[in-house]
Design a protein around this ligand. Structure first.
Ligand SMILES: C[S@@+](CC[C@H](N)C(=O)[O-])C[C@H]1O[C@@H](n2cnc3c(N)ncnc32)[C@H](O)[C@@H]1O
Length: 338
């Protein structure tokens, strides 16, 4: 029998998110790291909560798979212990914080974006793109969110595509450097250069130093839209979550510059949440597309078929797609410079 019950799941999606975000904001998962069991009474004392909200929060977190029962209390599930404890290598809290503090309220006006085709998180009359360095809130949140999403996505990519033969990678729009850092950690012969805007390279330098990769990962400041060329001589060029920010003509320009930056035989990697070729899913890619409506002018999530066609038109050969499962990508489209 057909029922409206799945629709209730859709309607209450924001209850799940806000419960999750509130627990992260309290630092719940970090406080009980290492298998510590927390009772409702313990949560009252530790977080200064009255008993009813403490009880509701712990129970709701357990229902969402973030906590599990242990005797009279609760402890972190495996996923919470691995990804929601601050300071752990694949900490995901930056993305939770960004969505909670930066995009949640603008999403409330999604109907406006549908009618106007204009972003909601920044004013396109006042600046050229969401990536300008003039917004301190954005500087504090966005690149940390990208780092926390991309660090595991990069690891997932290495499970699907072997970079062990590659030596020099240009990470175009590399952000705070998660991909460069993780790919260099996993591939001892690889060196990487993060190419990004000056205020972003400054953030990347801090991450490179904490990862103890100074010397193997460096940064070059520049503008992949305004600069006529990218730095050259690389055997690998990576575009992770770049092309979904822009429209098709802009992406064709970026791809042409990437082709020039590669040595003959070099490989381009486009890592994204790829839409199925019939555009009917998966939800992670299709809803990231909706988020591009909220956050960008002209960006959208594209299908693997679209990327393959653009690579073919740009002059790449041996074009193929590999699939994997990461928070920031479900696959990568690869091409070789002839
Ligand atoms: C969605 S983020 C992706 C970051 C990173 N590749 C990752 O996957 O974690 C887009 C990145 O593109 C950079 N970017 C945007 N416009 C740029 C431009 N004109 N030149 C260089 N970098 C740019 C932003 O600063 C940001 O770091």
């Amino acid at each position: 029998m057909i029922t409206p019950t799945p629709l209730m799941g859709l309607v209450t999606g924001f209850w799940s998110f806000k419960t999750f975000a509130a627990a992260v904001e309290l630092g719940l998962f970090t406080r009980i790291a290492g298998g510590r069991v927390l009772t409702v009474q313990g949560a009252c004392t530790e977080f200064g909560l009255p008993e009813r909200p403490a009880d509701l929060l712990l129970s709701a977190c357990a229902s969402l798979g973030l906590l599990e029962r242990s005797g009279e209390g609760y402890r972190n599930t495996e996923v919470a212990e691995e990804f929601l404890v601050a300071g752990k290598p694949y900490y995901f809290g930056g993305q939770v914080r960004y969505c909670d503090e930066r995009t949640y309220l603008p999403w409330h006006r999604i109907g406006e974006a549908l009618r106007t085709d204009k972003p909601l998180t920044w004013d396109p009359q006042a600046k050229d793109s969401m990536f300008d360095g003039d917004d301190p809130e954005m500087l504090a949140l966005f690149w940390e969110a990208m780092y926390s999403t991309s660090i595991f996505t990069a690891r997932a990519l290495t499970g699907a595509y072997d970079l062990s033969g590659q030596r020099r990678l240009l990470d175009v729009g590399g952000g705070a450097g998660a991909f460069s850092i993780e790919l260099c950690r996993q591939n001892p012969d690889l060196r990487a250069t993060i190419f990004d805007l000056p205020h972003v390279c400054a953030q990347a330098e801090t991450k490179i130093a904490s990862a103890e990769l100074t010397g193997r990962v460096d940064t070059i400041t520049g503008d992949f839209l305004g600069d006529p060329t990218l730095p050259g001589g690389y055997d690998t060029v990576l575009l992770s979550m770049i092309l979904h920010d822009w429209d098709e003509p802009t992406n064709e320009l970026i791809l042409a510059k990437c082709l020039d930056a590669l040595s003959p035989g070099g490989t381009i990697i486009i890592s994204e949440l790829l839409l199925d070729d019939d555009r009917s899913g998966p939800p992670a890619a299709a809803l990231m597309g909706m988020n591009m409506l909220v956050e960008t002018e002209g960006g959208k999530n594209y299908s693997g078929a679209e990327y393959r066609e653009w690579l073919r038109r740009a002059g790449f050969a041996d074009i193929r797609t590999v699939t994997f499962e990461g928070p920031g990508a479900n696959g990568a489209v690869l091409g070789r410079k002839p």
